[in-house]
Design a protein around this ligand. Structure first.
Ligand code: EPZ
Length: 449
């Protein structure tokens, strides 16, 4: 059961391209949005109860619309209560098979397996997609659910699962996968008996999911050594929950402040979710200051090179890698970024080198502190970035969400006017990126495609 799914189907077309004139220091304040990678899972968690749930701090991004569309197909009533607050209520699951329209769209349908098994005893979910960053199999998800008593049938493009009742099990994940941890949590909270998830991921977004589940009545312990212990309960209640701020968006704006030698306050930014990022930022010459409403980011001294290795929390997030790589083009000396989460997450660097003049060399070697899972496997997963390089404006095509902000940042740094297409990828995960960047002085306009 090693279904792998690397290509994301965008479910949308570009609404516009961006024209960005770079070289302007960004100054001002923006509000952090709620985290895409928390709220989408929390929306799935609402399927665990037949009572209404209210989520606040919900970002108005394409990804949220897609997940709400999926829920509506299953019988969920969706009501927006305000710009960022949504009420979701699934009194009855009216449909247990999510349509193939959602095949290859995102990682969310596979997370619905546990809740739908509890509500209906069976479900068919389409296989997930992801970004063009690696194979992204779902073997850990399926093996864990099978251990908990799910019968799994692989069909082309979808997975059918059924059970009389899920039971607790001791699942040891081969790698602390975010999605597999969430999947098993969502299955375990209403399973019979106790589930232990060893080698679990404990990202802040997962902790936020746990907080929401706990409010719903779930019994979950976060034990030492990445171990989650879940005592199943028969039913869960409705909940009101405020989604955690998006630490990827916050780091993106921090990188923009430092790269353009400006000063940006991100309201709602939390230091405790950014410790590793802030260390890296400080190493290269960036600074931060706590403010009444969040954190302010700026350049503290001329930027210099550093070495970074992405890793599972509390390590340096793989989703911070792209803005940081662009930022390092503006740091003196040669930096190394060793990507250990995904095997193919530097594809975007080619356009930066070829079109914008960045000096980025990719290698298959592990140049970090440790040999990672991609050691001797022929994946270009380490980047050597030499700066300071004045970037040239260019026409860029965004290949995936996080690379998208990297390109926007490169355009903000470059002299001249760049055009960026593929903006649908960026807008899937960043709320109002154009308005927010314009609010801090970026010369960015949209043009219809
Ligand atoms: C989540 O993906 C995020 N996506 C990703 O953000 C993020 O980069 C990633 O976690 C790591 O932090 C969402 O939350 C929707 P994983 P996920 O399972 O859960 C391997 C973004 O731009 N693996 O932790 O899919 C996998 O191939 C996205 O917002 C298996 O081998 O990530 C990868 O190498 C991009 N088998 C590693 O584990 C499995 O069954 C980590 O993946 C599962 C995972």
């Amino acid at each position: 059961m090693n279904k792998s799914t690397s290509q994301e189907r965008p479910m949308a077309v570009d609404r516009h391209t961006y024209r960005i004139t770079g070289g302007v220091p960004l100054r001002g304040a923006v509000d952090a949005s709620g985290a895409k990678n928390a709220v989408t899972k929390q929306l799935v968690a609402t399927l665990l109860t037949d009572e209404p749930c209210v989520l606040h701090g919900v970002p108005r991004i394409l990804e949220v619309d897609i997940v709400l569309g999926m829920l509506a197909e299953l019988g969920t009533e969706v009501t927006w209560l305000g710009e960022h607050s949504v009420r979701v209520h699934t009194p009855k699951v009216t449909n247990t098979a999510l349509s193939s329209m959602y095949s290859g769209v995102n990682r969310i349908p596979i997370l619905m397996m546990g809740p739908l098994l509890h509500r209906s005893g069976e479900t068919v979910v389409p296989l997930p997609g992801g970004c063009t960053i690696g194979k992204r199999p779902i073997d850990f998800h399926l093996a864990g659910l099978a251990q908990m008593g799910a019968d799994i049938v692989d069909n082309p493009g979808s997975v059918k699962v059924s059970t009389t009742r899920l039971s607790g099990a001791h699942v040891t994940l081969p790698f602390p996968s975010v999605g597999a941890t969430e999947n098993l949590l969502l299955a375990a909270v209403r399973a019979r008996g106790t589930t232990v998830i060893s080698n679990a991921a404990v990202e802040p977004e997962i902790v936020d999911l746990i907080l929401m589940l706990q409010k719903m009545g779930a019994l979950i312990t976060i034990d030492i050594d990445r171990t989650l212990i879940v005592t199943g309960v028969a039913e869960l209640d409705g909940v009101e929950h405020h989604t955690v701020a998006d630490r990827i968006e916050i780091a993106s704006f921090a990188a923009a402040a430092v790269a353009t030698d400006g000063r940006i306050e991100v309201r709602g930014a939390r230091q405790d979710h950014l410790i590793t990022f802030l260390n890296a930022l400080r190493h290269i010459g960036g600074g931060f200051k706590e403010t009444e409403h969040g954190l302010e980011f700026f350049r503290a001294r001329p930027l210099s090179a550093t070495d970074i290795e992405t890793g599972v929390h509390p390590g340096f997030m793989t989703d911070w890698q792209q803005p940081m790589t662009v930022l390092l083009t503006q740091a003196a000396g040669t930096s190394v970024v060793h990507e250990t989460i995904y095997e193919d997450r530097f594809g975007y660097a080619q356009q930066l080198s070829q079109s914008m003049g960045a000096t980025i060399e990719l290698t298959t070697q592990c140049l970090g502190a440790t040999a990672c899972r991609w050691h001797r496997r022929d994946f270009l997963h380490t980047a050597k970035i030499t700066g300071v390089t004045p970037l040239k404006a260019a026409d860029l095509v965004i290949p995936d969400l996080r690379a998208g902000f990297g390109y926007v940042l490169a355009a903000l740094v470059a002299e001249g006017t760049s055009t960026i297409s593929g903006t649908r990828y960026l807008e899937r995960g960043y709320e109002q990126p154009v308005a927010k960047l314009a609010a801090v002085g970026a010369q960015i306009i949209t043009e219809p495609v």
